[in-house]
Design a protein around this ligand. Sequence first.
Ligand SMILES: [Zn+2]
Length: 45
Amino acid sequence: MKDPVCGMEIGEKGDSIIHEGKEYRFCCASCRWAFEKNPDQFIKE
Ligand SMILES: [Zn+2]
C-alpha cells in the first residue's frame, strides 16, 4: 500500500484511516493530517 500524500510505500506499519469506504495508510501523522484536511487533493482514480 502507498501513502497517497508522499507516495512512500507503506508496509503493515503506519496510521490508517477509512475514507468513503476505502482504507488509506500513511507513513506518519502529518501525512494523515494533510489527507484529512483535503482528501480529494490526494485521491486519484
Ligand atoms: Zn507520507
